[in-house]
Design a protein around this ligand. Structure first.
Ligand code: GLN
Length: 596
């Protein structure tokens, strides 16, 4: 994909260092402005939807935490997997611009489809094999759940030892249910569950066409060697986060104030704006992202039709994921891998085979230097999985944490919604990206800029430190087992600084380290590593699952303890891995042979 950016035919400009027609926008080819707004509105849609999705699954469909976070992980994994195919199709047949337009329409349709969710699922509980109606009192902050037993209404209280107490109106214990004898469930519409999964499938397919190719067009604005390229991508990254920032505030607000449909509806409107900006570009992007020469044969209709047909295929992967059996206890890693849903097998299998295969290939065909550079790239790609696994807790376990164990009041002035807390990341990126740019340039001038492996190591340690900061904050939780929102904001601040060490350098680093012939494949491997990370992130979030009834937890202390345990563990592991990377960095740096 990046390769095609560099190889793209020159635009209308005559100066080889500037492919545009000379007019500039902040010192960049003016086409960047249109790409900036197009991507801003696309990310507005995506992150607006993302701010709602986990809570929608947990509180509207009333899935338990394991299903919710597993589905979320599988969905985001596919969102990062489809760009491999979308990039390839654009390079060979459609061209970037047509791919972006098609992807935009698919994504907008996906968001609109999410607006149709039907009625909230009906919760029930099975106690000792007998089924009871469950009611949730949403009028109070505690959102207390009740079991209806004849004419009695008994409050459900989970205990730390896993038993459940049912309390009468006077607070006395009417019944104690042994561990494992209380099972929460929900009656949900099969039809609307299918509609939701089809919507997610459309979004994954659409994103595959949109996301890699809009970046390719940005790349094609600059001639190879144009020094403005990195700065151009930083500006573009600002657009991404500006869009997410706005929608992560607005969509969750609408979802609470009006209804889920309104939140998803706004995401869809944002996506339509994105589509309109590129569809009706007024000729601004003429000559950029055009389709490659195909000897007069236009395969676009076949591709569009095949992509629409891919939607039920993706839907099938989601259904398979949701119905995957748990591995039998004691079956070991082998049993665990066998029990993985198709999607997991596909992702892990591809990743675990392709990394060594590419290395063996480069050992055979490449020079020693080329092999070492490929080795460095592969090592960093593996560490990349760890980073995004932790970072991507934002949309799942951290949003559930915000919903359950966070006091969302902002100085007592107003209360944020749980989904809105995702906006902190985008806010900090917008604020810090320019500062980081200046800092790296300043350090580079003094010869002090850290090497890429060191930046990766710092990012890994940083993402771990972010979690430990939240764990530290949990010691100051109030009597209701909620921590103030500022601890979560601190986590996002640290995570955003970590993101700025890894994310902007990653893609360009791969293009520089890779053996030229397979740069597209290496780029694919990079996306695959993020995709695998999303899947593993879902698995980590599953470990942080908490017992819920009617979408609400049954014991806030148990839920706080569960989150803190998981965050503590992943925090330490990540810091450890970050330190290992920093220690290894001189060797990896040597293998990089001067690539910066
Ligand atoms: N926030 C950035 C985006 O949406 C990067 C996300 C990622 O690479 N995982 O483009």
């Amino acid at each position: 994909m990046a390769q095609s950016a560099a190889d793209a035919p020159p635009g209308p400009g005559s100066d080889p260092a500037d492919r545009s027609d000379g007019a500039t926008w902040f010192g960049h080819p003016r086409q960047l402005a249109r790409l900036f707004t197009t991507e801003m509105w696309e990310r507005f849609g995506f992150y607006g939807m993302r701010a709602l999705l986990t809570l929608y699954l947990a509180e509207h469909f009333l899935f338990n935490d394991t299903t919710t976070t597993g589905l979320y992980g599988g969905f985001t994994a596919l969102v990062y997997l489809t760009p491999l195919i979308g990039g390839l199709i654009a390079d060979r047949y459609l061209g970037s611009k047509r791919s972006v337009k098609f992807g935009a329409v698919m994504m907008a349709l996906g968001y609109f489809t999410l607006c149709f969710g039907g009625q909230t699922a009906t919760p029930y509980a099975t106690i000792d094999g007998q089924r009871y109606e469950v009611q949730v009192d949403k009028s109070t902050e505690a959102k207390q759940q009740y079991v209806i037993d004849g004419d009695k209404r008994l409050a459900i209280k989970g205990n730390e030892n896993g038993t459940v107490s049912l309390l009468a109106a006077d607070g006395s214990v009417a019944r104690n249910v042994d561990k494992g004898k209380f099972e929460a469930g929900a009656d949900r519409s099969h039809f609307y569950t299918m509609v939701m999964l089809i919507a997610l499938s459309m979004i994954t397919v659409g994103n595959g066409f949109f996301k890699p190719n809009i970046s390719t067009i940005v790349g094609s604005l600059y001639a190879p060697g144009d020094r403005r390229r990195d700065a151009g991508f930083t500006i573009f990254y600002m657009g991404i986060n500006l869009g997410s920032l706005l929608s992560q505030l607005l969509c969750p607000w609408l979802a609470v104030a009006v209804g889920w449909w309104a939140g998803f509806g706004l995401a869809a409107v944002g996506m339509l704006c994105s589509w309109a900006l590129i569809q009706f570009d007024g000729g601004r992007l003429d000559g950029y992202g055009e389709a490659p020469e195909q000897g007069g044969r236009d395969r676009s209709l076949i591709i569009y039709a095949a992509s629409v047909l891919a939607v039920p295929l993706v839907w099938f992967l989601f259904v398979n994921l949701m119905n995957a059996p748990q591995a039998a206890a004691g079956s070991g890693i082998g049993g665990y891998l066998l029990a993985l849903p198709l999607m997991g097998k596909l992702l892990f299998g591809t990743f675990l085979v392709s990394v060594p295969a590419i290395l063996i290939w480069s050992y055979k065909v490449g020079s020693k230097i080329e092999f070492q550079m490929m080795l460095a790239a592969s090592v960093l790609i593996i560490f990349n999985v760890v980073f995004w696994t932790l970072f991507e807790q934002a949309g799942s376990s951290l949003t559930l944490f915000a919903n359950r164990n966070t006091d969302l009041s902002v100085f007592g002035w107003f209360t944020m919604t749980a989904g809105q807390t995702q906006f902190f990341n985008a806010l900090f990126i917008v604020l810090l990206a320019p500062l980081f740019s200046i800092m790296w340039t300043g350090l580079a001038k003094r010869g002090l800029e850290p090497s890429i492996p060191v930046k990766f190591g710092v990012a890994l340690a940083g993402v771990g430190i972010g979690f430990l900061a939240l764990v530290w904050g949990s010691h100051y939780a109030a009597a209701d087992f909620k921590v103030t929102i500022w601890w979560l904001a601190l986590l996002y601040l640290i995570h955003s600084m970590a993101e700025l060490c890894i994310s902007p350098v990653g893609l360009s680093m791969i293009t520089k380290l890779s053996i030229a012939r397979i740069v597209g494949m290496m780029m694919g491997l990079w996306f695959l590593s993020i995709s695998v990370a999303q899947y593993v992130a879902g698995m980590v979030a599953q470990v942080a699952s908490v017992e819920t009834v009617g979408g609400q937890v049954t014991n806030l202390k148990v839920s706080l303890d569960t989150y803190v345990n998981v965050f503590w563990t992943i925090g330490l592991v990540s810091i450890g891995i970050g330190v290992v990377l920093v220690v290894l960095s001189p060797v990896i740096k040597k293998w990089m042979h001067g690539v910066q």
